[in-house]
Ligand binder design. Structure first.
Ligand code: NAP
Length: 483
């Protein structure tokens, strides 16, 4: 199956923080891949901006090295050179006055203007003010802001207010790169483009839902940053909440950004509060192949969690009675992100199957090996009577879509193209972000004011024992974490 590449219109994209890690690792290599796929018009311009003093050629050389480092050595030199021709650089201090006039002079009229704030959130206000004061941005410009979007409701509100001084909501693209993943978007396609699932997609037929995002790495060199964040802020408030919304939301009336985001917001608002005591918190211990969390964080007293597991209810007509279990952590057994919808068992069992009957599960794998598996019961082959066996109906996207399927755009590539197209569906709206913080804030505040420590867990395990008990108490069990 050949994926269609529809070129975007001409644009000037300014990347603030162009010398930083995110720009080198994701943004610029991603733009190069889109260029190579034929999606960037020859008239596209990408302007790097940061304090480092260098000229266009210096920046191009740095980006040539970044493309090689993150996409591999075997790049076609003529394509790289043609892409680098689109790049330029302006030295700018977000808090200073130099460079802004030059940036303004570089912006061309009549093309899309987008500004990617790939800098610390503390600089968002400075950049927004200067873009407005120098007349560089207008009411048609778009800005892209990175996570973390605040560290609680108060700071998220302040950040929203800062951006709102100069930009309307329909100009602000808050990135959650999880939403750019192919499978995440497929959640909407599977739910709303097939008649098969929708009649079953409710508390009457769904026993429970599990969402797992497991990493094998620890916090490593990001220890200091992570220690001020933790799994609840870093993963649950944004990525996992977004996944939960896509699973639980009502069909929007249209696949239009506000229609989709209205439905997601309703889910967040319908979440029942969860007491901090009911949430399992964990911290990984040292193992043979690496230090423990307290060593990585360089804070022997730290109570920041590297693992969280919780049960949450969506209190609405569709979902009352179906729990959603969320779990995420570092240094776990395997790197995997998946959503498991476990359906209820048939109301009456015809077969004397000796307890071998298992409920149908729809497993949606986000990474690695994006795809879906539907487990079904069938008759075990052979003459041994009517015994049942569970088999997977397996659809790996890479297999189903052929070579194109394994070369799908990375989340960042897709999201940046959506910015240029002016499509906000896969970006978080300000009220969504605030509602998510309003739900997580009391849990985090109770932890911070309490004295209880997170439960330690072994690296390479599935997390603390208490996380297993969370489901055992409900006569359920987690799907095993495996890659
Ligand atoms: P970084 O490596 O520390 O880069 C920061 C960038 O900001 C550099 O280009 C730096 O360049 C520039 N900068 C710093 N102070 C400046 C100033 N006063 N004026 C103009 N430019 C300034 O950070 P990063 O990892 O790329 O992250 C950028 C943003 O993305 C952060 O908000 C981060 O939370 C978010 N994010 C990053 C990742 C990731 O994987 N890296 C993932 C998700 C979100 P100069 O020193 O040359 O000025």
């Amino acid at each position: 199956m050949v994926s269609r590449v529809i070129p975007v219109e001409a644009f000037d994209l300014v990347i603030f923080g162009a010398t930083g890690d995110l720009a080198r690792r994701k943004i610029v290599p991603g733009l190069y891949r889109r260029f190579k796929a034929g999606q960037l018009p020859a008239s596209a311009r990408i302007i790097g901006a940061a304090r480092t003093a260098q000229d266009d050629d210096g920046f191009r050389a740095e980006m040539r090295a970044a493309i090689r480092e993150f996409l591999g050595d075997g790049q076609d030199e003529s394509s790289v050179a043609a892409f680098l021709d689109l790049l330029g650089y302006v030295a700018i201090d977000a808090r200073g006055s130099e460079g802004w006039a030059e940036l303004k002079a570089r912006m061309r009229p009549g093309v899309v203007h987008a500004f990617y704030f790939s800098v610390a959130p503390a600089l968002f206000g400075d950049i927004a003010d200067r873009l407005a004061d120098h007349g560089i941005a207008d009411q048609d410009s778009r800005i892209v802001v990175e996570k973390p979007f605040g560290r609680d409701l108060q700071t998220a509100r302040a950040l929203n207010a800062t951006l709102a001084r100069h930009f309307a909501e329909n100009q602000i693209y808050r990135i959650d790169h999880y939403l750019g993943k192919e499978t995440v978007q497929n959640l909407m396609a599977v739910r709303f483009a097939n008649i098969l699932f929708e009649p079953l997609w409710n508390a009457q037929y769904v026993d429970h839902v599990q969402i797992t995002v497991a990493e094998t790495v620890g916090v490593g060199g990001r220890g200091e940053y992570y220690d001020h964040s933790g799994a609840m802020r870093d993963m649950v408030q944004n990525h996992m909440m977004q996944l939960l919304c896509l699973i639980a939301m009502e069909p929007p009336y249209h696949i239009d950004s506000d229609a989709v985001r209205d439905e997601k917001l309703k889910v967040i608002r319908a979440l029942e509060p969860v007491s901090a005591d009911e949430v399992v918190r964990g911290q990984y211990l040292a193992g043979r192949d690496g230090p423990g969390y307290l060593d990585d964080a360089e804070n022997p007293e730290s109570r920041t969690e590297s693992f969280v597991a919780l049960k949450v209810h969506v209190a609405n007509w569709r979902w009352t009675g179906t729990p959603f279990y969320l779990r995420t952590g570092k240094r776990l057994r395997a790197r995997t992100s998946e959503i498991v919808i476990t359906f209820k068992e048939p109301p009456h069992s015809l077969f004397d199957d000796g307890g071998s009957h298992k409920a149908n599960q729809l497993v949606i794998r986000l990474q690695p090996d994006e795809g879906m598996v539907l487990t079904m019961m069938i008759k075990e082959p052979g003459p041994g009577g009517m015994r049942l066996v569970q088999v997977p109906l397996d659809m790996s996207f890479a297999d189903a879509l052929g070579p194109e399927g394994s070369d799908m755009p990375d989340a960042y590539e897709r999201l940046i193209m959506d910015v240029i197209r002016g499509n906000q569906t896969l970006f978080m709206r300000g009220d969504e972000v605030e509602a998510a913080w309003a739900w997580t804030d009391p849990i985090i505040a109770a932890w911070e004011h309490g004295t209880k420590r997170p439960e330690p867990y072994d690296p390479g395990s599935s997390g603390p024992e208490e996380a297993l008990r969370l489901l055992h108490r409900d006569n359920r069990r987690w799907r095993e974490i495996r890659s």
